[in-house]
Ligand binder design. Sequence first.
Ligand code: FAD
Length: 518
Amino acid sequence: NPTMSASLMWFRKGLRIHDNPALQHASTGSSFVYPVFVIDPHYMKPDPDAFSPGSKLAGLNRIRFMLESLVDLDSSLKKLGSKLLVLNGEPGEVLIRCLKEWDVKSLCFEYDTDPYYQALDARVKDYASSAGIEVFSPVSHTLFNPGAIIQKNGGKPPLTYQSFLKLAGEPSWASSPLSTSMSSLPPVGDVGNFACEISEVPTIKELGFGEVELDEWTPFRGGESEALKRLRESISDKKWVANFEKPKGDPSAFVKPATTVLSPYLKFGCLSSRYFYQCLQEVYKDVQKHTSPPVSLAGQLLWRDFFYTVAFGTPNFDRMKENKICKQIPWNDDDELLAAWREARTGYPWIDAIMVQLRKWGWMHHLARHCVACFLTRGDLFVHWEKGRDVFERLLIDSDWAINNGNWMWLSCSSFFYQYNRIYSPISFGKKYDPNGNYIRHFLPVLKDMPKEYIYEPWTAPKSVQTKAKCIIGRDYPKPVVSHDSASKECKRKLGEAYALSQKLNGRVTEEDLANLR
Ligand code: FAD
C-alpha cells in the first residue's frame, strides 16, 4: 500500500534524538519507522585473550558506555511513541534482511567517514538501490562535510589547521543544527519473522562478558540525556567558556577535569557537535571578550573537524606504510617495553598514573595523552605509534578513528608536528601542575605515602624513606624501564637520522632504508 510506507532508521553513531536529520527524514511522511541498532561482533565479541576485559577492539568501559547510550536512546524513543529494535550479527547482512522483510521504502542513516563504515555502507547502499529503496545519508557527525572541504581544495585534504580554517571559511559557516525538535514518531511497523531475534538493549553479561568486573568503572555515564546535562553544566559558566585556553588546562585535575569531557558523547553522537558549536557561539555573543581558535573551546571542535577531513582524504591514514603524510621512522618492535607502558609499570609515576587513568576511566586530559604518547614513541621508548594507537583505540571511551590516529601521528612527530627536539619530561612536566603528586597518589595508591620530594622520581628516595612509605622500589613499584636522559637523547638522534634520510630521498624511504637505520 503506497500510502502506508515504512522507513528504516539505522543507528550506529548519532545515538541521539536532537539534531538528527536522518531520524527526522525517516519520520517525515512515513506511516512506520523501524529504528534499528545492530550489535556488531566486529566490535563486541568477547575476547578472553585481551590484556583487560572486553572485546579485541573495545574495552569494557566503552562497551558499557555504549549500552548506556542505547538504553537512553530507547527510553527517549519510547517517549516519542517508538522504540529501539536491537538485533545481532554482521550489520550488512542483518540490515539487508530487514530491508527485504519489512518492505521499507526509505533507508536513513548518518553518513560516516570511517573506512569500516564506508565499506559497510557501500554494500548496503548497493542492495538498497538495486531494490529501489531510497537512501538518505546526511552528514551530521561533524560541523562541516569533510568530502566537500577536500573537493574545494582540489581533491586533497588540507594538512594544517590554518589551511583547514581557510577552506572551511568563516567558522560561523559551520552547518547549523536542526531547529525543530521532535514531539512524536510514527509507530514501529510489524516486525514479522524477526520477532524472536529482536531484543531489548542487552546487558554486559548478556553480551557474553560473563562475570567480569573491572576494579573501577569509568565515572562517565553514556547517553544523550547525560550529554545534554553535561553540556549545560559546561556552558552555564560563561566566563569559563570565554576564557578557555586549551594549553593552559591542568592535566592532573581529576576531581573536576579541566576540560568538558564531552568527547565520549561526541564520539557516539549522543551530543551533536553542531549543537555544541551553536551553544558556544551564543555564549560568545553574550560576553565582551573570548578566546579564539585554535585554543578556544570552539577551536577544539574545529580540531575534531580538521582530523576528520585529513583522515577522510588520506589513504592508509591509520598506518605508517603507504601513508603519504606519515614520516617513515625506524620504530622498534619491543613488546616488553610496550607491555610495561600499557600495564603502567614504566617506573615513571606520572606516566604510569596516566595509563591507570586510561584503563580505569577510559579518559585522560589532552596533555596527559600527549605525555604518554610522546614517552612511548619519540620521547623515550621508540616503540611504533601504531602500537600505542591500538591501546588507546581499545581503552578510550572516546576512541575515535580519525582523531586518535591523527593525534598519534602528531605526538610521534610522524605528521603535522615535527619538532622532535621538544620532548615532554616524564618527571618535571607533571610536577609543574601538581607538585604534591595528588594525581599520582590517587591512581597509583602504592605511592600514596611517598614524600612529595620523591613522588615523581621514587627511585631516588633513600631506602629509609621507601621503607617508611611502605613502597620499596624494585619490589612494590618498578624501577624506571629506561633512563630518561639517555633514552631521549637516543630518540632524538634516531629521529634526526630518519628525517635527514627522508629529506635526501624526497620522502621515498623504502623498508630496506628503514632496516638500515635500525
Ligand atoms: P575539550 O577540550 O572539552 O574539547 C571539546 C571537544 O573538542 C572534545 O570533546 C573533542 O571532540 C574535540 N577535541 C578536543 N581536542 C581535540 C584534538 N586535539 N583533536 C581533535 N578533537 C579534539 N580525542 C577523541 O575524541 N578520541 C580519541 O580517540 C582521541 N585520541 C587521542 C590520542 C592522543 C595521542 C592525543 C594526544 C589526543 C587524543 N584525542 C582524542 C584528543 C583529545 O585529547 C580529546 O579529544 C580531549 O582530551 C577530550 O576531552 P574533552 O572532551 O574534555 O575536550
